[in-house]
Design a protein around this ligand. Structure first.
Ligand code: IVH
Length: 715
C-alpha cells in the first residue's frame, strides 16, 4: 500500500475540509492550500486510477482540481512543474508493452448544468471570433463509463489496440481487441483514400451482463466485480483474450482521432463533421452511438442542454453505465481552429450527471419499530449531497446487513442513490479507519423502551428482530399510521403527524380509538379549529363504510397485502368468520401460501385481536362483505384474454392508466417487464431498452398505439 491508513485518513479529512473553501485566498494562504491540493489530488488519482476504488465522488475530485486551477490562475508563480494540473493523466503501471498514441488522448473539461454549457458555448465563440448570436451546431453522445481504447487500422486491417494509459502512451492489447466481436478485424478505410487511422472508443459491459457474469463468478467461487467499469477495465488487462468473451465485453467507437493517406496527408478534414465521421464508422461495421437515440445533432446549445437533461433522467434505463454526456462541436474545421489546451480539447465538454455515489461519516445508529414490531436500524450520516438531494440518514435494513458489511460507528461509508432508488450504504471504506471506530451492537431488548427490557426475538428464516410483546406503544403507533394511510383505510387528511399528536394527547392507544375520537376536543387543539375537526370526522365516517378487503389489509398482518386481502374478502361474508378457519382452509385457496396462512390464522386466534375487531364494528366500521369485495371473474371472451401486455415509451394517443384500463377490460394481464412470457409490447414514442429487448427475443408481438386501439376496440 502506497499510503498508510493514517495518511489516508488525514488526506481524506483534508479533502473534505478544502471542499468547503470558496473564495480565492491571499497569496500566502494560497501557497499553503495549493501544496495541500497537490497532495490530496495525487492521493485521489491513485485511489481512482490505480486501485479503481475512489473515496470521493468525481464531482468532489473535479471541485478540488478546479480549485487548484483557480489558485494557480490567480498566482501563476505558484505553479510547480509537478502540480497535478501540469500533466495529462495518471501513471502507467502495467505488464503490457507501452505504445505511443498517434495523437495524444486528452481528457475533457466538465460541466454540470445548462448554465455551464452556455458558458462553454460563449467562450468557444470568443475563441473562434464568432458573433455572440451565432448558433453553433453540436453533437451530443453518452459519456461511456468503461475502459478507453485506441484502435489503429492500417491498409484496412486492425493492427493495434491499446488502452488510454497516460494519454501519450497506452498499453498494447491487440489480442484482447481482436477478441471483441464488436470490433471489426477489417474495415475498408481505403474507400476514403485513408491508409492509416486511429479510432477512440470505450470498452463496456452491459448492466444485465454484469449481473449475469457476477452470478457465474460467484458460483465458481471467484471474486465478484464491484461494477461494470471494473469488469471492463480489468478485462482489457487480462493476459487471456478468452476472458473478453467470458465477460461479454463490447466496444463503442465515438471518435475518429487520426487519419492519413498514402502520402501521410491529414485526411480528417474530408469528413467535414463529427456526425459524418461517426456515420462512416457505423457503415464500416463499428458499433457507434445511434443517431436519434443516444447520439443527437443539435442546432444550438439550448438543444444540447435539453438533450443532456433528458438523458440525466433516462440514464438508469440505458443498458450501459454512463456518467454523463459528451458535447462536441460538429464542424471539424471549426474544431481544428478552436484547438486544445494541454488537458482537453476546446471544442468539446463533458456534461457530468449528478453523482450517484458519495462518501460520508456514519455517526450513529437509531432503531425504529415497525407496524409488525420489526426493529429497523437507521444510520445517521454526516449530511452529504447525492444526486441532487441531501442525505443524512439511510436504512441499514437489519442486523445481517450490518454484519455482512462490517459497518462500524465512525466509519467513512460509500453511499449510493441510483435513479429513484432510495439511498443505501455500499460499503465501509476500510482503508480510512484509524482505530477509533466502534462495532455496532444490535439491541437485544426493545430500543424504544429501554427501562422495561422487553426481549426481541428473531423468527427462523427471517432477517428481522422483532418485539413481539410491545408494551411501550411504539408498534401500535406505527400500526395506526399504516391503518389511516393510503395503503390502509385511506382516510383523507389523516396522517402520521395527526396520529403522533393524538397519541401524545393520550387519545389513541389502539386502532379502535381512531373511531371514537372526540372531535370537539380536536377542534380545541392548537392549529386545528372546528373546520378541520369536521373534515376529519367526515373522512373517518366515510372510511367506516370501506369494503372489508381494505379493513383486512389495514390490520397490518405480516405479508397480507392488496391481492391476498382481496382474495380473502371474496371468500367470506363477515371478517370475524376468519376466527374459525384453520391454516389448511387458508392454504386451500389458490394464491395463499403457507406463511401468509400461518400469519392470518395466528392473528385471528388471539382473543385481544377479536375483541379489537368487535369494538371497531360496534363503533361503526363495516365488517360485512360489500359489492366491492366480490371476486372479479376474469374476462375470458375479451380481445386480449389470456395475453400478457406491456406498454413502453411515451404514449401519445392515451394516458398510461387509460391504456392499462383498456387492456384489462379486454382481458389482458399487464406485465412490468419484457420476458419470454410477454405476448404483446405496445410502443409509444422514444421507446428504448424494452423495445430492443423484445426485438431481440423475437417472440413478442410489437404493436403501435393505433394497432392496439384497433385491437381492443374491435376494429
Ligand atoms: S471524446 C478529444 N467521447 O471520457 C476527445 N470521450 O475525458 C476526448 N469518454 O476516458 C474524448 N465517452 O474514454 C469522448 N462519447 C465520448 C466518450 C468519451 C466516454 C471518455 C474517454 C476518456 C474520457 C475523456
Amino acid at each position: 500500500m502506497m499510503y498508510d491508513k493514517n495518511t489516508q485518513r488525514r488526506l481524506f479529512d483534508l479533502s473534505k475540509k478544502l471542499l468547503q473553501n470558496e473564495n480565492i485566498p491571499g497569496r500566502e494562504e494560497g501557497q499553503e492550500e495549493s501544496l495541500h491540493l497537490h497532495e490530496i489530488i495525487r492521493y485521489h488519482e491513485w485511489r481512482y486510477y490505480i486501485l479503481n476504488d475512489p473515496v470521493i465522488s468525481d464531482y468532489e475530485y473535479d471541485h478540488l482540481f478546479k480549485r487548484l486551477e483557480a489558485i494557480e490562475a490567480a498566482y501563476p508563480d505558484l505553479i510547480m512543474p509537478d502540480s497535478p494540473t501540469q500533466r495529462v493523466s495518471a501513471d502507467l503501471t502495467s505488464e503490457f508493452p507501452s505504445v505511443p498514441h498517434l495523437t495524444p488522448m486528452l481528457s475533457l473539461a466538465n460541466s454540470y448544468n445548462a448554465e455551464d454549457l452556455k458558458d462553454f458555448d460563449e467562450s468557444l465563440k470568443r475563441v473562434l471570433d464568432l458573433p455572440e448570436d451565432r448558433e453553433l451546431p453540436y453533437v451530443v453522445e453518452p459519456k461511456f463509463d468503461g475502459g478507453t481504447i485506441a484502435l489503429v487500422y492500417e491498409n484496412d486491417m486492425l493492427v493495434r489496440g491499446a488502452t488510454r494509459g497516460n494519454g501519450k502512451e497506452g498499453e498494447e492489447m491487440t489480442a484482447n481487441a481482436k477478441a471483441m466481436r464488436t470490433i471489426p478485424l477489417k474495415a475498408e478505410f481505403s474507400k476514403f483514400d485513408v491508409k492509416k487511422v486511429e479510432l477512440r472508443g470505450e470498452v463496456l459491459m452491459r448492466k444485465d451482463d454484469f449481473t449475469k457474469v457476477n452470478k457465474v463468478r460467484e458460483k465458481e467461487g471467484k471474486s465478484v466485480f464491484a461494477n461494470p467499469r471494473n469488469a471492463a477495465t480489468g478485462g482489457l488487462r487480462m493476459k487471456d483474450p478468452k476472458e473478453i468473451e467470458k465477460r461479454k465485453l463490447e466496444a463503442f467507437v465515438y471518435q475518429l482521432g487520426y487519419a492519413v493517406n498514402e502520402g501521410g496527408r491529414d485526411m480528417l478534414p474530408k469528413f467535414k463533421t463529427h456526425h459524418d465521421s461517426i456515420e462512416v464508422l457505423g457503415n464500416l461495421g463499428f458499433k457507434v452511438p445511434k443517431d436519434g437515440y443516444e447520439r443527437k445533432r443539435c442546432k444550438n446549445i439550448a438543444e444540447v442542454a435539453d438533450f443532456c437533461l433528458k438523458w440525466q433522467e433516462y440514464r438508469e434505463e440505458y443498458p450501459y453505465e454512463i456518467d454523463g454526456m459528451v458535447v462536441k462541436l460538429d464542424d471539424l474545421a471549426l474544431q481544428e481552429e478552436a484547438g486544445y489546451t494541454s488537458h482537453h480539447p476546446r471544442w468539446a465538454i463533458a456534461f457530468k450527471f449528478k453523482a450517484k455515489q458519495a462518501t460520508t461519516r456514519l455517526l450513529d445508529v437509531e432503531y425504529q419499530v415497525g407496524k409488525i414490531g420489526s426493529i429497523t436500524p437507521v444510520a445517521k450520516l454526516e449530511p452529504v449531497q447525492l444526486a441532487g438531494v441531501t442525505v443524512s440518514s439511510v436504512s441499514l435494513h437489519n442486523e445481517d446487513f450490518i454484519t455482512s458489511k462490517d459497518l462500524r460507528l465512525g466509519d467513512t461509508v460509500l453511499v449510493e442513490r441510483a435513479g429513484d432508488v432510495i439511498p443505501y450504504i455500499v460499503k465501509a471504506m476500510e482503508d480510512l479507519r484509524d482505530g477509533t471506530e466502534t462495532p455496532i451492537t444490535f439491541p437485544k431488548h426493545c430500543p424504544i423502551n429501554e427501562a422495561e427490557k422487553v426481549p426481541l426475538s428473531r423468527v427462523e428464516g427471517e432477517a428481522a428482530w422483532r418485539c413481539s410483546d410491545c408494551t411501550c406503544g411504539a408498534q401500535q403507533t406505527q400500526q395506526m399510521i399504516f391503518h389511516v394511510s393510503k395503503s390502509g383505510m385511506d382516510i383523507d387528511g389523516f396522517g402520521k403527524s395527526y396520529i403522533e399528536r393524538f397519541v401524545e394527547q393520550g387519545w389513541l392507544k389502539s386502532l379502535a380509538d381512531i373511531y371514537r375520537l372526540d372531535y370537539s376536543a380536536i377542534a380545541e387543539l392548537e392549529g386545528f379549529g372546528k373546520r378541520s375537526a369536521e373534515n376529519l370526522k367526515r373522512a373517518i365516517d366515510k372510511a367506516k363504510q370501506n369494503p372489508i378487503k381494505m379493513v383486512l389489509k389495514s390490520l397490518a398482518i405480516h405479508h397480507l397485502g392488496n391481492r391476498a386481502s382481496e382474495i380473502l374478502a371474496g371468500e367470506i361474508s363477515h371478517v370475524l368468520e376468519l376466527r374459525n378457519w384453520d391454516e389448511e382452509k387458508f392454504t386451500d385457496i389458490k394464491d395463499i401460501g403457507p406463511i401468509l396462512a400461518k400469519n392470518v390464522q395466528a392473528y385471528f386466534s388471539v382473543e385481544k385481536n377479536i375483541a379489537l375487531l368487535e369494538e371497531m364494528e360496534s363503533l361503526g366500521v363495516n365488517m360485512t362483505q360489500t359489492e366491492a369485495d366480490k371476486k372479479d371473474e376474469p374476462i375470458t371472451d375479451g380481445a386480449l384474454s389470456g395475453k400478457s401486455i406491456l406498454f413502453t415509451g411515451t404514449l401519445t394517443q392515451m394516458s398510461r392508466s387509460e391504456a392499462k384500463k383498456m387492456a384489462l377490460g379486454a382481458g389482458a394481464k399487464v406485465s412490468s417487464s419484457v420476458s419470454s412470457k410477454l405476448d404483446i409490447l405496445v410502443v409509444g414514442e422514444k421507446a428504448g431498452s424494452k423495445l430492443k429487448k423484445a426485438q431481440e427475443l423475437g417472440t413478442v408481438d410489437i404493436l403501435t398505439e393505433e394497432a392496439f386501439l384497433q385491437l381492443v376496440n374491435g376494429g
